[in-house]
Write a protein that binds this ligand. Sequence first.
Ligand code: PGA
Length: 254
Amino acid sequence: MRKKRLIVGNWKMNPLSLKEAGRLWRDMLQNISSTKKTEVVICPPHVFADRLGKMGRKVILGAQDAFFGEVGAFTGEVSAAMLYEMGARYVIFGHSERRALGESGETINKKIKSALTVGIRPILCVGEQTRDENHGYFNIVKAQLEENLKGTPKNVIDKVIIAYEPVWAISSTPGRRDASAEDAHEMVIFIRKVLSDQFGRDASAIKILYGGSVNDRDAEEFLIRGGVDGLLVGKSSLSPEKFSKIIKISEKLK
Ligand code: PGA
């Protein structure tokens, strides 16, 4: 059987209040009928996770980052172990917005390994800032994968999810432009090759998602011709109507 597609909503630092978050989550659940071919994950800000996680089962709770270790003297941080206790089963790591704030590849690597030990599935974001004529962006993505996944035990590598997010296509990037399904597809093929060089056959089970301004109009295109196993959706995940349409598209495909 085909592995389930994965559609992940990244709410980023939205919305402002718990009340609004609750409304958004409820509207989302109402719009989504039960899914057979799709796993739906929503990653709200940490402060809303507990309450939202208790509101319904159709959607899996995720998070947008987590610190390594379980507990300890790390002021301001939240560990993957704590999020797991709260019901989260996926965490986004290495998002370009966090890398831009100075998060290093080494830290991302430690966070991923730590999440895996507590049973949280890491969604590792990789992607280049810009595209150059010499195709240097392939090397950028390769270096991110190698550094961020270094030393990940082979027996859990299939739990890792990769999200290819070209920064130039993300909705918040000034002067952004659309990536095409072909752009995604060629990178997916390349990522598969890098992963298989790094982890051998075990890497073939890794799901690869595309993210970067995905909406209800181009989701089908990315899912069919982009060669991806799912999508990481930012802005459109804040609209229950658009997000549920994207899920319906995934359900209708083979
Ligand atoms: P976007 O965000 O869909 O708003 O471009 C995707 C992301 O940054 O994860």
